[in-house]
Write a protein that binds this ligand. Structure first.
Ligand code: HEC
Ligand code: HEC
Ligand code: HEC
Ligand code: HEC
Ligand code: HEC
Ligand code: HEC
Ligand code: HEC
Length: 376
C-alpha cells in the first residue's frame, strides 16, 4: 500500500447530489444519495423496460453487457437452456446438470448417496465462470462446479482447486451463511436484499438501470409531464474520479478500503478487484480520466462476441495524460520510450488464475518486466 496516496475516508456526504434544478415545483425530493449495494427497503422502481421509451440507444447498448445479466432466473438463462445435459467428474464424485422444462437439476453423486436439487439462480455469463446458487435442506450453497465459455462445459469453480470434498454434501457445494448469500445477490441483482435479508420475490435479476441510477419513478413522471427531470435521478457521472472508482463501482468491484479491511491483499486472486488494483498504480488520482469511466462506458460490454475492441482501443485513454503536450497548468506526465501503441498490452498485463479459463486484466498499471513477481 502506498502511503503518499493514502485514501482519505470519504464520508457518505459525497453522495449528496446537490440538485439545483430551478423551479422543480411539487413535493418531489431531488435524488441525494445512491449506493448500488445498499438499496433502502421499500424503494419503488419503474424497471429497466420503462427507460427504453426515452433512452432507447443506451438500453440497446446495455442489452449486451454481462452486468445486465449478472444474475439470471433459471427459466430464462440462455446457457442453461442451451445445454440439455452437462457432466463433470472429480474422483469418485459425478456431477450432472440436466434441463427439465423450465428448471435445471443439479445432481452430485459418489455412487452411494446422491443429492439432487433444482438450481435456484444462475450467476455470471461464464467468462470467468457461471456459478450456481443452490438450496438444500433450507440452506444456500455455491455450486462446486461452474460452466465456462472457453471450454463450453463444466469445471471446478474458481477457488476450489486443491480442495477435496469429504462428503457428497461438500461436493455439492460450499454452504453459505444467510449473510453471504444475501451479498451475492446484492452485487449481482437489483433490489434483492432489504434489512440484510434476501427477498428474491422483489428482485430485478441482474443489474438494472436503476441499480446504478436509483429509482426512476419521479424522473419518468416529470419527463412525461414535460417538467424538468434531470435532477430527479442519480447520475454517478457527477461524482469525482475517486468516488466513482472506489465508492460507486467499488461497491461491487471491491474498493481498496474493502480489500485492506478484509486483509485479503495477498495473492493473485485480488486481480479481480480492479478498484483496489488501480488504486496502487502510479497513474491513480482523483482525476476522472483514470477513473473506471475514464476507460469504460458502463453501458457497454467489454467482452462480448459482437464487441470488437482491439488492444489499441485504450491507447487514447492513456494518451489523455501521457502526451508531451499537456494542457497549460497541468503537470507534465512522462511518455514512453518503448512503445507508441497497444499501451495496455505491456502495462496492464493479463494474469492467469489457476483453473479460471480466463485471463484477467491487471488494473495495477505499471512497468511490468518479465519475471517480476506479482505485486500486491
Ligand atoms: C419520459 C422520458 C424519459 C424516461 C422514460 C426516462 N428518462 Fe432519463 N432522461 C430523460 C431526459 C429528457 C433527460 C435529459 C435531461 C436533460 O439533459 O436536461 C434524462 C436524463 C437522464 C439521466 C441524466 C440525469 C442527469 O442528472 O444528468 C439519467 C441518469 C437518466 N435519464 C436515467 C434514466 C433511467 C435509468 C430511466 C429508467 C428508469 C429513465 N431515465 C427514463 C427522459 C426520460
Ligand atoms: C451492483 C454491482 C455493480 C456495480 C455498481 C458495478 N458493477 Fe460492473 N460488474 C458487476 C458484476 C456482477 C459483473 C460481472 C458480470 C458477469 O460477467 O456476469 C460486472 C462486470 C463488469 C465489467 C465487465 C464487462 C464485460 O463485458 O466483460 C465491466 C467493464 C464493469 N463491470 C465495469 C463497471 C463500472 C465502470 C462500474 C461503475 C460505473 C461498475 N461496473 C459498477 C457488478 C457491478
Ligand atoms: C462485493 C460484490 C460481489 C459479491 C458479494 C459477489 N460478487 Fe460475484 N462478481 C462481482 C463482480 C464485480 C464480478 C465481476 C468482476 C470479476 O470478473 O471478477 C463478479 C463475478 C462473478 C462471476 C464470474 C462472472 C463471469 O461472467 O465470468 C461469478 C460466477 C460470480 N461473480 C458469482 C458470485 C457468487 C455465487 C457470489 C456469492 C457466493 C458472488 N459472486 C458474490 C461482485 C460480487
Ligand atoms: C453499472 C452502472 C450503470 C448501469 C447499470 C447503468 N448506468 Fe447509466 N450511467 C452510469 C454512469 C457511471 C454514468 C455517467 C457516465 C459518464 O458521465 O461518463 C451514467 C450515465 C447515464 C446517463 C446520462 C449520460 C448520457 O450519456 O446521457 C443516462 C441517460 C443513463 N446513464 C441511462 C441509463 C439507462 C437507461 C440504463 C439501463 C439501460 C443505465 N443507464 C444503466 C452507470 C450505469
Ligand atoms: C486506464 C484504463 C482503464 C481504467 C481506468 C479501468 N480499466 Fe477496466 N479494463 C481496461 C482494459 C485495457 C481491460 C481489458 C480489456 C480487454 O481485454 O478487452 C479492462 C477490463 C476490465 C474488466 C473485464 C475483466 C478483465 O479482467 O479483463 C472489468 C470488470 C473492468 N475492466 C473493470 C474496471 C473497473 C471497475 C474500473 C475502475 C476501478 C476499471 N476497470 C478501470 C482498462 C481500464
Ligand atoms: C489521469 C492521468 C493518467 C492516465 C489516464 C494514465 N496515466 Fe499513467 N501515469 C500518470 C501519472 C501522473 C504517473 C506518474 C508520474 C509520471 O510518470 O509522470 C503515471 C505513471 C505511469 C507509468 C510508470 C509507472 C511506474 O511504475 O513507474 C506507466 C508505465 C504508465 N503510467 C502507463 C499508463 C498506461 C499504459 C495508461 C493507459 C492504460 C495510463 N498510464 C493512463 C497519469 C496517468
Ligand atoms: C512493448 C511494450 C510496451 C508498449 C507497447 C508500451 N510501453 Fe511504455 N514502457 C515499456 C517499458 C519496458 C518501459 C520501461 C522503459 C525503461 O525502463 O526505460 C516503459 C515505460 C513507460 C513509462 C514510464 C516512462 C519513464 O520515463 O519513466 C510510461 C509513462 C509508459 N511506458 C507509458 C506507455 C504508454 C502511454 C504507451 C502507449 C502509448 C506505452 N507505454 C506502450 C513497455 C511498453
Amino acid at each position: 500500500m502506498r502511503h503518499d496516496l493514502q485514501r482519505k475516508r470519504i464520508t457518505v456526504a459525497i453522495f449528496v447530489v446537490v440538485a439545483t434544478v430551478a423551479g422543480l415545483g411539487g413535493t418531489q425530493e431531488p435524488v441525494r444519495r445512491w449506493i448500488p449495494t445498499q438499496i433502502p427497503g421499500g424503494t419503488e422502481f419503474a424497471g429497466s423496460q420503462a427507460c427504453v421509451e426515452c433512452h432507447a440507444n443506451m438500453a440497446k447498448q446495455y442489452e449486451l453487457s454481462p452486468m445486465r445479466a449478472a444474475l439470471e432466473n433459471v427459466a430464462e438463462a440462455p446457457i442453461l437452456r442451451a445445454n440439455q445435459r452437462l457432466t463433470f467428474r472429480e474422483g469418485k464424485y459425478s456431477f450432472e446438470i440436466v434441463r427439465r422444462g423450465d428448471q435445471s437439476i443439479y445432481t452430485v453423486s459418489d455412487g452411494v448417496s446422491t443429492i439432487s436439487e433444482p438450481i435456484f439462480y444462475s450467476f455470471g455469463q461464464g467468462q470467468a465462470g457461471q456459478t450456481y446458487l443452490l438450496r438444500y435442506r433450507d440452506e444456500y450453497y455455491e455450486s462446486r462446479v461452474s460452466f465456462y465459455r472457453e471450454i463450453k462445459g463444466l469445471d471446478l469453480t474458481i477457488g476450489y482447486q486443491g480442495t477435496v470434498p469429504r462428503t457428497v454434501e461438500e461436493a455439492f457445494g460450499r454452504k453459505l451463511s444467510r449473510d453471504e448469500a444475501a451479498q451475492c445477490f446484492a452485487c449481482h441483482a437489483t433490489n434483492s436484499v432489504s434489512n440484510s435479508r434476501l427477498h428474491p420475490e422483489k428482485m430485478m435479476a441482474g443489474i438494472s438501470c436503476e441499480g446504478c441510477h436509483g429509482a426512476g419513478v419521479n424522473h419518468i413522471r416529470a419527463g412525461r409531464e414535460g417538467r424538468p427531470n434531470k435532477g430527479l435521478i442519480f447520475n454517478p457521472g457527477r461524482l469525482s474520479g475517486d468516488e466513482i472508482s472506489q465508492e460507486f463501482c467499488g461497491s461491487c468491484h471491491r474498493s481498496v478500503d474493502r480489500i485492506v479491511s478484509l486483509n485479503s491483499e495477498d495473492g493473485k486472486f485480488n486481480v479481480r478487484f480492479q478498484p483496489y488494483r488501480i488504486f496502487n498504480s502510479k497513474c491513480y488520482s482523483d482525476d476522472r480520466r483514470i477513473s473506471c469511466i475514464g476507460c469504460h462506458n458502463p453501458h457497454e460490454a467489454v467482452k462480448h462476441e459482437s464487441v470488437k475492441k482491439d488492444a489499441g482501443h485504450y491507447d487514447g485513454k492513456c494518451k489523455a495524460c501521457h502526451t508531451s503536450g499537456q494542457p497549460k497548468g497541468e503537470a507534465a506526465v512522462k511518455v514512453c520510450r518503448v512503445g507508441k501503441r497497444d499501451c495496455a498490452s505491456c502495462h496492464m498485463p493479463k494474469v492467469d488464475l489457476p483453473g479460471a479459463h480466463f485471463r484477467f486484466t491487471d488494473h495495477r498499471i505499471r512497468i511490468a518486466r518479465p519475471g517480476d513477481p506479482y505485486p500486491n
